[in-house]
Design a binder for this molecule. Sequence first.
Ligand SMILES: CC(=O)N[C@H]1[C@@H](OP(=O)(O)OP(=O)(O)OC[C@H]2O[C@@H](n3ccc(=O)[nH]c3=O)[C@H](O)[C@@H]2O)O[C@H](CO)[C@@H](O)[C@@H]1O
Ligand SMILES: C=C(OP(=O)(O)O)C(=O)O
Length: 419
Amino acid sequence: MEKLMIRGGEHLSGRVTISGAKNSAVALIPAAILSDEKVVIENLPDIKDVYMLAEILQYLGAEIEHHDGTMVIDPKNMEPKPMLNGRVKELRASYYLMGALLGKFGEAQIGLPGGCNLGSRPIDQHVKGFKTLGAEVTNESGALHLKAKTLVGNRIYLDTISVGATINIMLAAARAKGQTIIENAAKEPEIVDVATLLNSMGVKITGVGTDIIKIQGTDRLKECRHSIIPDRIEAGTYMIIAAATDGDVTVDNVIPKHLESLTAKLRELGAIVEEKEDSIRVLGQSFYKPVDVKTLPYPGFPTDLQQPFSVLMTKAKGTSVITETIFSSRFRHIDELRRMGATAKVEGRTAIFDGPTELQGATVKATDLRAGAALVTAALIADGITEIRDIHHIDRGYENLEEKLVSLGAKIWRVIEEE
Ligand SMILES: CC(=O)N[C@H]1[C@@H](OP(=O)(O)OP(=O)(O)OC[C@H]2O[C@@H](n3ccc(=O)[nH]c3=O)[C@H](O)[C@@H]2O)O[C@H](CO)[C@@H](O)[C@@H]1O
Ligand SMILES: C=C(OP(=O)(O)O)C(=O)O
Protein backbone atom coordinates (compact mmCIF):
# COMPACT_ATOMS: atom_id res chain seq x y z
CA MET A 1 0.00 0.00 0.00
CA GLU A 2 1.24 3.49 -0.83
CA LYS A 3 0.32 6.64 1.05
CA LEU A 4 1.22 10.31 0.97
CA MET A 5 2.47 12.12 4.06
CA ILE A 6 2.26 15.90 4.16
CA ARG A 7 3.43 18.33 6.82
CA GLY A 8 1.33 21.46 6.37
CA GLY A 9 2.11 25.11 6.87
CA GLU A 10 4.46 26.06 4.02
CA HIS A 11 3.66 29.03 1.75
CA LEU A 12 4.31 27.52 -1.66
CA SER A 13 6.19 29.60 -4.19
CA GLY A 14 7.92 29.22 -7.54
CA ARG A 15 6.99 27.93 -10.97
CA VAL A 16 5.41 24.64 -11.97
CA THR A 17 5.13 23.26 -15.50
CA ILE A 18 1.80 21.74 -16.39
CA SER A 19 1.68 18.35 -18.15
CA GLY A 20 -0.45 17.23 -21.08
CA ALA A 21 -4.17 16.89 -20.36
CA LYS A 22 -5.31 13.57 -18.89
CA ASN A 23 -8.78 13.80 -20.43
CA SER A 24 -7.30 14.48 -23.87
CA ALA A 25 -4.63 11.79 -23.58
CA VAL A 26 -7.12 9.09 -22.65
CA ALA A 27 -9.25 9.90 -25.71
CA LEU A 28 -6.37 10.47 -28.16
CA ILE A 29 -4.80 7.06 -27.51
CA PRO A 30 -7.99 5.16 -28.48
CA ALA A 31 -8.56 7.65 -31.35
CA ALA A 32 -5.14 6.76 -32.79
CA ILE A 33 -6.19 3.17 -33.51
CA LEU A 34 -8.65 4.44 -36.13
CA SER A 35 -5.65 5.16 -38.35
CA ASP A 36 -4.26 2.60 -40.78
CA GLU A 37 -0.75 3.88 -40.15
CA LYS A 38 1.48 4.97 -37.26
CA VAL A 39 0.31 7.83 -35.04
CA VAL A 40 2.67 9.76 -32.77
CA ILE A 41 1.24 11.47 -29.68
CA GLU A 42 3.47 13.94 -27.82
CA ASN A 43 3.25 15.68 -24.44
CA LEU A 44 1.54 12.69 -22.83
CA PRO A 45 1.24 12.95 -19.05
CA ASP A 46 3.10 10.30 -17.06
CA ILE A 47 -0.01 8.94 -15.30
CA LYS A 48 -1.54 5.55 -14.63
CA ASP A 49 -4.49 5.95 -17.03
CA VAL A 50 -2.06 6.37 -19.94
CA TYR A 51 -0.15 3.18 -19.02
CA MET A 52 -3.39 1.22 -18.64
CA LEU A 53 -4.57 2.28 -22.11
CA ALA A 54 -1.21 1.37 -23.65
CA GLU A 55 -1.50 -2.07 -22.05
CA ILE A 56 -5.03 -2.51 -23.44
CA LEU A 57 -3.92 -1.53 -26.97
CA GLN A 58 -1.00 -3.97 -26.78
CA TYR A 59 -3.42 -6.72 -25.77
CA LEU A 60 -5.40 -5.88 -28.91
CA GLY A 61 -2.24 -6.29 -31.03
CA ALA A 62 -1.04 -2.68 -31.43
CA GLU A 63 2.69 -2.01 -31.38
CA ILE A 64 3.53 0.71 -28.90
CA GLU A 65 6.73 2.61 -28.20
CA HIS A 66 6.37 4.89 -25.19
CA HIS A 67 9.06 7.04 -23.64
CA ASP A 68 9.63 10.59 -22.44
CA GLY A 69 6.02 11.60 -22.98
CA THR A 70 5.85 10.40 -26.58
CA MET A 71 3.88 7.38 -27.72
CA VAL A 72 4.11 5.84 -31.18
CA ILE A 73 1.06 3.68 -31.85
CA ASP A 74 1.14 1.28 -34.79
CA PRO A 75 -2.34 -0.22 -35.10
CA LYS A 76 -1.66 -2.38 -38.21
CA ASN A 77 -1.93 -5.78 -36.51
CA MET A 78 -4.82 -5.01 -34.18
CA GLU A 79 -7.82 -7.27 -33.74
CA PRO A 80 -11.11 -6.55 -31.98
CA LYS A 81 -10.56 -9.14 -29.20
CA PRO A 82 -13.23 -9.17 -26.48
CA MET A 83 -12.26 -7.34 -23.28
CA LEU A 84 -15.04 -8.15 -20.89
CA ASN A 85 -13.08 -7.64 -17.66
CA GLY A 86 -9.67 -6.57 -16.41
CA ARG A 87 -8.05 -3.22 -17.14
CA VAL A 88 -11.09 -1.77 -18.96
CA LYS A 89 -12.87 -1.67 -15.61
CA GLU A 90 -10.12 0.35 -13.92
CA LEU A 91 -10.55 3.58 -15.84
CA ARG A 92 -13.36 5.62 -17.29
CA ALA A 93 -11.82 6.27 -20.68
CA SER A 94 -11.86 2.61 -21.73
CA TYR A 95 -15.34 3.54 -23.05
CA TYR A 96 -13.56 5.28 -25.97
CA LEU A 97 -12.51 1.86 -27.26
CA MET A 98 -16.19 1.22 -27.98
CA GLY A 99 -16.37 4.05 -30.54
CA ALA A 100 -12.85 3.46 -31.86
CA LEU A 101 -13.17 -0.35 -32.33
CA LEU A 102 -16.68 -0.01 -33.74
CA GLY A 103 -15.40 2.58 -36.23
CA LYS A 104 -12.35 0.50 -37.20
CA PHE A 105 -13.68 -3.08 -37.20
CA GLY A 106 -17.46 -2.74 -37.03
CA GLU A 107 -17.44 -4.64 -33.74
CA ALA A 108 -16.39 -4.46 -30.11
CA GLN A 109 -17.02 -6.36 -26.89
CA ILE A 110 -16.05 -4.35 -23.85
CA GLY A 111 -16.82 -4.41 -20.14
CA LEU A 112 -18.52 -1.30 -18.78
CA PRO A 113 -15.95 1.34 -17.71
CA GLY A 114 -14.60 2.17 -14.26
CA GLY A 115 -13.19 5.55 -13.22
CA CYS A 116 -14.09 7.79 -10.31
CA ASN A 117 -17.15 6.83 -8.32
CA LEU A 118 -19.20 10.04 -8.55
CA GLY A 119 -22.67 8.46 -8.34
CA SER A 120 -24.37 6.91 -11.32
CA ARG A 121 -22.43 7.45 -14.59
CA PRO A 122 -24.62 5.99 -17.33
CA ILE A 123 -23.45 5.74 -20.95
CA ASP A 124 -26.90 5.67 -22.55
CA GLN A 125 -26.07 8.66 -24.79
CA HIS A 126 -22.96 6.87 -26.15
CA VAL A 127 -25.17 3.87 -26.94
CA LYS A 128 -27.87 6.06 -28.50
CA GLY A 129 -25.19 7.54 -30.76
CA PHE A 130 -23.78 4.15 -31.82
CA LYS A 131 -27.28 2.85 -32.57
CA THR A 132 -28.16 5.95 -34.59
CA LEU A 133 -25.09 5.28 -36.73
CA GLY A 134 -26.42 1.79 -37.41
CA ALA A 135 -24.83 -0.41 -34.73
CA GLU A 136 -26.59 -3.15 -32.81
CA VAL A 137 -25.76 -2.81 -29.13
CA THR A 138 -26.57 -5.31 -26.40
CA ASN A 139 -25.60 -5.38 -22.76
CA GLU A 140 -24.60 -8.88 -21.68
CA SER A 141 -23.55 -9.38 -18.04
CA GLY A 142 -21.95 -5.97 -17.61
CA ALA A 143 -20.30 -5.79 -21.03
CA LEU A 144 -21.44 -4.06 -24.21
CA HIS A 145 -21.46 -6.02 -27.46
CA LEU A 146 -21.45 -3.70 -30.46
CA LYS A 147 -21.79 -4.74 -34.09
CA ALA A 148 -22.39 -2.94 -37.37
CA LYS A 149 -22.13 -4.08 -40.98
CA THR A 150 -21.72 -0.48 -42.08
CA LEU A 151 -21.83 2.70 -40.01
CA VAL A 152 -23.76 5.43 -41.75
CA GLY A 153 -23.58 9.10 -40.74
CA ASN A 154 -26.72 10.49 -39.12
CA ARG A 155 -28.06 13.31 -36.91
CA ILE A 156 -27.74 12.68 -33.15
CA TYR A 157 -29.19 14.94 -30.47
CA LEU A 158 -27.63 14.36 -27.03
CA ASP A 159 -30.24 14.44 -24.25
CA THR A 160 -27.48 15.30 -21.75
CA ILE A 161 -24.39 17.35 -22.48
CA SER A 162 -21.71 14.67 -22.24
CA VAL A 163 -17.96 14.88 -22.87
CA GLY A 164 -17.62 11.12 -23.23
CA ALA A 165 -20.62 10.66 -25.55
CA THR A 166 -19.55 13.59 -27.78
CA ILE A 167 -16.04 12.14 -28.25
CA ASN A 168 -17.19 8.53 -28.57
CA ILE A 169 -19.66 9.43 -31.32
CA MET A 170 -16.93 11.43 -33.10
CA LEU A 171 -14.70 8.34 -33.00
CA ALA A 172 -17.32 6.00 -34.45
CA ALA A 173 -18.42 8.61 -37.02
CA ALA A 174 -14.82 9.18 -38.19
CA ARG A 175 -15.03 6.06 -40.37
CA ALA A 176 -18.78 6.10 -41.04
CA LYS A 177 -20.16 6.70 -44.53
CA GLY A 178 -21.31 10.30 -44.99
CA GLN A 179 -21.92 13.06 -42.50
CA THR A 180 -22.76 12.82 -38.80
CA ILE A 181 -24.14 15.80 -36.92
CA ILE A 182 -23.99 15.88 -33.11
CA GLU A 183 -26.44 18.36 -31.61
CA ASN A 184 -26.21 19.59 -28.01
CA ALA A 185 -22.56 18.49 -28.06
CA ALA A 186 -20.18 19.24 -25.18
CA LYS A 187 -17.62 22.01 -25.80
CA GLU A 188 -14.68 21.07 -23.55
CA PRO A 189 -11.17 21.88 -24.90
CA GLU A 190 -10.32 18.16 -24.81
CA ILE A 191 -13.01 17.58 -27.46
CA VAL A 192 -11.35 20.18 -29.68
CA ASP A 193 -8.02 18.39 -29.12
CA VAL A 194 -9.45 15.05 -30.24
CA ALA A 195 -10.98 16.68 -33.34
CA THR A 196 -7.58 18.21 -34.17
CA LEU A 197 -6.01 14.72 -34.14
CA LEU A 198 -8.82 13.20 -36.22
CA ASN A 199 -8.61 16.04 -38.74
CA SER A 200 -4.84 15.50 -39.06
CA MET A 201 -5.61 11.84 -39.80
CA GLY A 202 -7.93 12.89 -42.65
CA VAL A 203 -11.41 13.15 -41.10
CA LYS A 204 -13.28 16.43 -41.71
CA ILE A 205 -14.71 17.73 -38.44
CA THR A 206 -16.14 21.22 -38.05
CA GLY A 207 -17.96 22.99 -35.24
CA VAL A 208 -15.93 21.64 -32.30
CA GLY A 209 -16.11 24.04 -29.39
CA THR A 210 -19.75 24.79 -30.31
CA ASP A 211 -22.80 22.67 -29.57
CA ILE A 212 -23.16 21.42 -33.16
CA ILE A 213 -20.36 19.23 -34.46
CA LYS A 214 -20.25 17.92 -38.03
CA ILE A 215 -18.13 14.90 -38.91
CA GLN A 216 -17.51 13.77 -42.47
CA GLY A 217 -16.28 10.19 -42.17
CA THR A 218 -13.59 8.69 -44.35
CA ASP A 219 -12.44 5.19 -45.28
CA ARG A 220 -8.70 5.44 -44.78
CA LEU A 221 -7.05 7.41 -42.01
CA LYS A 222 -3.39 8.33 -42.40
CA GLU A 223 -0.38 8.76 -40.15
CA CYS A 224 0.09 11.92 -38.13
CA ARG A 225 1.85 13.54 -35.17
CA HIS A 226 -0.05 15.41 -32.45
CA SER A 227 0.92 17.26 -29.28
CA ILE A 228 -1.59 17.25 -26.39
CA ILE A 229 -2.98 20.48 -24.91
CA PRO A 230 -2.01 21.40 -21.32
CA ASP A 231 -4.08 19.91 -18.51
CA ARG A 232 -6.42 22.68 -17.33
CA ILE A 233 -7.48 20.60 -14.33
CA GLU A 234 -3.90 19.99 -13.18
CA ALA A 235 -3.18 23.71 -13.73
CA GLY A 236 -6.32 24.65 -11.80
CA THR A 237 -5.29 22.38 -8.93
CA TYR A 238 -1.92 24.17 -8.57
CA MET A 239 -3.66 27.57 -8.81
CA ILE A 240 -5.96 26.53 -5.96
CA ILE A 241 -2.97 25.22 -3.97
CA ALA A 242 -1.23 28.59 -4.45
CA ALA A 243 -4.31 30.41 -3.17
CA ALA A 244 -4.78 27.99 -0.27
CA THR A 245 -1.20 28.16 0.99
CA ASP A 246 -1.09 31.97 0.78
CA GLY A 247 1.59 31.31 -1.80
CA ASP A 248 2.97 32.86 -4.96
CA VAL A 249 2.97 30.27 -7.73
CA THR A 250 3.20 30.61 -11.50
CA VAL A 251 1.78 27.76 -13.56
CA ASP A 252 3.62 27.51 -16.88
CA ASN A 253 2.47 25.86 -20.12
CA VAL A 254 -1.23 26.65 -19.75
CA ILE A 255 -3.94 28.12 -21.97
CA PRO A 256 -5.37 30.86 -19.70
CA LYS A 257 -8.67 30.92 -21.62
CA HIS A 258 -9.33 27.32 -20.50
CA LEU A 259 -9.19 28.47 -16.88
CA GLU A 260 -11.36 31.61 -17.04
CA SER A 261 -14.09 30.30 -14.73
CA LEU A 262 -11.55 29.39 -12.03
CA THR A 263 -9.64 32.65 -12.45
CA ALA A 264 -12.89 34.60 -11.97
CA LYS A 265 -13.76 32.67 -8.78
CA LEU A 266 -10.26 33.04 -7.32
CA ARG A 267 -10.46 36.80 -7.89
CA GLU A 268 -13.94 36.88 -6.32
CA LEU A 269 -12.46 35.21 -3.21
CA GLY A 270 -9.74 37.86 -3.01
CA ALA A 271 -6.72 36.11 -4.53
CA ILE A 272 -4.59 37.94 -7.09
CA VAL A 273 -4.42 36.26 -10.48
CA GLU A 274 -2.15 37.54 -13.26
CA GLU A 275 -2.60 36.01 -16.71
CA LYS A 276 0.14 36.01 -19.34
CA GLU A 277 0.12 34.40 -22.78
CA ASP A 278 0.88 30.87 -21.58
CA SER A 279 1.26 31.18 -17.82
CA ILE A 280 -0.81 32.26 -14.83
CA ARG A 281 0.52 33.60 -11.53
CA VAL A 282 -1.59 33.25 -8.37
CA LEU A 283 -0.86 35.17 -5.18
CA GLY A 284 -2.82 33.99 -2.18
CA GLN A 285 -4.10 35.65 0.99
CA SER A 286 -4.47 34.43 4.60
CA PHE A 287 -8.27 34.73 4.50
CA TYR A 288 -10.89 35.04 1.79
CA LYS A 289 -14.38 36.37 1.11
CA PRO A 290 -17.08 33.68 0.92
CA VAL A 291 -18.14 32.70 -2.62
CA ASP A 292 -20.70 30.40 -4.19
CA VAL A 293 -19.74 27.99 -6.95
CA LYS A 294 -21.97 26.08 -9.34
CA THR A 295 -20.42 23.42 -11.56
CA LEU A 296 -21.45 23.48 -15.23
CA PRO A 297 -20.32 22.08 -18.57
CA TYR A 298 -17.47 24.07 -20.20
CA PRO A 299 -17.04 27.04 -20.22
CA GLY A 300 -18.74 26.91 -16.78
CA PHE A 301 -16.89 26.04 -13.58
CA PRO A 302 -15.50 22.49 -14.03
CA THR A 303 -16.82 19.77 -11.76
CA ASP A 304 -13.26 18.36 -11.69
CA LEU A 305 -12.06 21.47 -9.79
CA GLN A 306 -15.00 21.69 -7.42
CA GLN A 307 -13.45 19.34 -4.86
CA PRO A 308 -10.02 21.04 -4.59
CA PHE A 309 -11.71 24.48 -4.67
CA SER A 310 -13.89 23.56 -1.70
CA VAL A 311 -10.78 23.64 0.54
CA LEU A 312 -10.56 27.42 -0.03
CA MET A 313 -13.98 27.75 1.57
CA THR A 314 -12.47 26.72 4.89
CA LYS A 315 -10.42 29.95 4.66
CA ALA A 316 -13.39 32.19 3.79
CA LYS A 317 -15.01 34.32 6.49
CA GLY A 318 -18.69 33.35 6.32
CA THR A 319 -20.86 30.86 4.45
CA SER A 320 -19.92 29.52 1.01
CA VAL A 321 -22.04 27.15 -1.06
CA ILE A 322 -21.07 24.69 -3.80
CA THR A 323 -23.78 23.38 -6.11
CA GLU A 324 -22.72 20.29 -8.06
CA THR A 325 -24.94 20.01 -11.14
CA ILE A 326 -22.95 17.44 -13.15
CA PHE A 327 -22.60 14.39 -10.89
CA SER A 328 -25.02 13.11 -8.23
CA SER A 329 -22.38 12.20 -5.66
CA ARG A 330 -19.21 14.26 -5.82
CA PHE A 331 -18.92 15.33 -2.19
CA ARG A 332 -17.35 12.24 -0.66
CA HIS A 333 -14.22 14.27 0.16
CA ILE A 334 -16.21 16.40 2.58
CA ASP A 335 -16.39 13.69 5.26
CA GLU A 336 -12.60 13.58 5.08
CA LEU A 337 -12.30 17.38 5.25
CA ARG A 338 -14.53 17.29 8.33
CA ARG A 339 -12.09 14.82 9.91
CA MET A 340 -9.50 17.57 9.43
CA GLY A 341 -11.71 20.18 11.12
CA ALA A 342 -13.78 21.72 8.30
CA THR A 343 -17.28 22.91 9.19
CA ALA A 344 -19.29 21.70 6.24
CA LYS A 345 -22.50 19.84 5.50
CA VAL A 346 -23.94 18.24 2.38
CA GLU A 347 -27.61 18.66 1.44
CA GLY A 348 -28.34 16.81 -1.80
CA ARG A 349 -26.46 18.54 -4.62
CA THR A 350 -25.12 21.34 -2.38
CA ALA A 351 -22.31 21.56 0.14
CA ILE A 352 -22.34 24.39 2.64
CA PHE A 353 -19.15 25.57 4.33
CA ASP A 354 -18.90 27.86 7.34
CA GLY A 355 -15.50 29.44 7.71
CA PRO A 356 -12.92 30.17 8.59
CA THR A 357 -11.78 26.98 10.29
CA GLU A 358 -8.24 25.84 10.96
CA LEU A 359 -7.52 22.41 9.55
CA GLN A 360 -5.61 19.80 11.54
CA GLY A 361 -3.51 16.94 10.18
CA ALA A 362 -5.36 13.59 10.21
CA THR A 363 -5.46 10.20 8.54
CA VAL A 364 -7.76 10.47 5.54
CA LYS A 365 -8.70 8.56 2.41
CA ALA A 366 -8.76 9.69 -1.24
CA THR A 367 -12.18 8.43 -2.31
CA ASP A 368 -11.57 9.45 -5.95
CA LEU A 369 -9.04 11.39 -8.04
CA ARG A 370 -10.07 14.99 -7.32
CA ALA A 371 -11.05 14.13 -3.74
CA GLY A 372 -7.38 13.16 -3.47
CA ALA A 373 -6.34 16.55 -4.89
CA ALA A 374 -8.63 18.26 -2.36
CA LEU A 375 -7.04 16.33 0.51
CA VAL A 376 -3.53 17.19 -0.68
CA THR A 377 -4.58 20.87 -0.76
CA ALA A 378 -6.12 20.62 2.71
CA ALA A 379 -3.05 18.82 4.09
CA LEU A 380 -0.77 21.58 2.79
CA ILE A 381 -2.55 24.14 4.98
CA ALA A 382 -3.30 21.89 7.96
CA ASP A 383 -1.49 22.06 11.24
CA GLY A 384 0.73 18.96 11.64
CA ILE A 385 1.03 15.85 9.51
CA THR A 386 -1.69 14.38 7.30
CA GLU A 387 -1.61 10.81 6.03
CA ILE A 388 -3.53 10.29 2.77
CA ARG A 389 -4.45 6.73 1.88
CA ASP A 390 -5.83 5.15 -1.31
CA ILE A 391 -3.60 7.36 -3.43
CA HIS A 392 -3.90 5.06 -6.46
CA HIS A 393 -6.79 7.38 -7.39
CA ILE A 394 -4.41 10.38 -7.41
CA ASP A 395 -1.86 8.47 -9.52
CA ARG A 396 -4.50 8.08 -12.26
CA GLY A 397 -4.35 11.79 -13.01
CA TYR A 398 -1.41 13.80 -11.61
CA GLU A 399 2.09 13.51 -13.10
CA ASN A 400 4.93 13.71 -10.55
CA LEU A 401 2.72 15.29 -7.92
CA GLU A 402 5.21 15.03 -5.06
CA GLU A 403 8.16 16.28 -7.16
CA LYS A 404 6.20 19.26 -8.42
CA LEU A 405 4.99 20.18 -4.92
CA VAL A 406 8.43 19.70 -3.35
CA SER A 407 9.88 22.06 -5.96
CA LEU A 408 7.39 24.68 -4.70
CA GLY A 409 8.53 24.14 -1.10
CA ALA A 410 5.97 21.60 0.14
CA LYS A 411 6.84 18.97 2.72
CA ILE A 412 5.38 15.88 1.07
CA TRP A 413 6.66 12.33 0.78
CA ARG A 414 5.38 8.92 -0.29
CA VAL A 415 5.52 5.88 1.95
CA ILE A 416 5.34 2.37 0.50
CA GLU A 417 4.15 -0.22 3.01
CA GLU A 418 4.29 -3.97 2.62
CA GLU A 419 0.73 -5.36 2.13
C1 LIG B 1 -12.22 10.64 -18.98
C2 LIG B 1 -12.94 11.94 -18.93
O1 LIG B 1 -12.87 12.76 -19.84
N1 LIG B 1 -13.63 12.19 -17.82
C3 LIG B 1 -14.33 13.46 -17.70
C4 LIG B 1 -15.67 13.33 -18.40
O2 LIG B 1 -16.36 12.25 -17.78
P1 LIG B 1 -17.65 11.65 -18.49
O3 LIG B 1 -17.42 11.59 -19.96
O4 LIG B 1 -17.99 10.40 -17.78
O5 LIG B 1 -18.72 12.76 -18.16
P2 LIG B 1 -19.95 13.24 -19.01
O6 LIG B 1 -19.68 14.59 -19.55
O7 LIG B 1 -20.32 12.16 -19.95
O8 LIG B 1 -21.07 13.34 -17.89
C5 LIG B 1 -21.83 14.50 -17.66
C6 LIG B 1 -23.17 14.13 -17.11
O9 LIG B 1 -23.93 13.43 -18.10
C7 LIG B 1 -24.41 12.21 -17.60
N2 LIG B 1 -24.43 11.25 -18.71
C8 LIG B 1 -23.30 11.08 -19.45
C9 LIG B 1 -23.28 10.20 -20.51
C10 LIG B 1 -24.47 9.48 -20.80
O10 LIG B 1 -24.52 8.68 -21.73
N3 LIG B 1 -25.55 9.67 -20.03
C11 LIG B 1 -25.57 10.54 -18.98
O11 LIG B 1 -26.60 10.70 -18.31
C12 LIG B 1 -23.42 11.84 -16.49
O12 LIG B 1 -23.98 10.94 -15.58
C13 LIG B 1 -23.14 13.19 -15.89
O13 LIG B 1 -24.20 13.52 -15.03
O14 LIG B 1 -16.37 14.56 -18.25
C14 LIG B 1 -16.68 14.89 -16.88
C15 LIG B 1 -17.52 16.16 -16.89
O15 LIG B 1 -16.77 17.24 -17.31
C16 LIG B 1 -15.39 15.04 -16.08
O16 LIG B 1 -15.73 15.19 -14.73
C17 LIG B 1 -14.50 13.83 -16.23
O17 LIG B 1 -13.21 14.12 -15.72
C1 LIG C 1 -13.69 12.25 -12.96
C2 LIG C 1 -12.46 12.24 -13.45
O1 LIG C 1 -11.90 11.23 -14.13
P1 LIG C 1 -12.59 9.94 -14.81
O2 LIG C 1 -13.72 10.43 -15.64
O3 LIG C 1 -11.47 9.40 -15.62
O4 LIG C 1 -13.04 9.04 -13.70
C3 LIG C 1 -11.53 13.39 -13.29
O5 LIG C 1 -10.53 13.45 -14.06
O6 LIG C 1 -11.77 14.22 -12.41
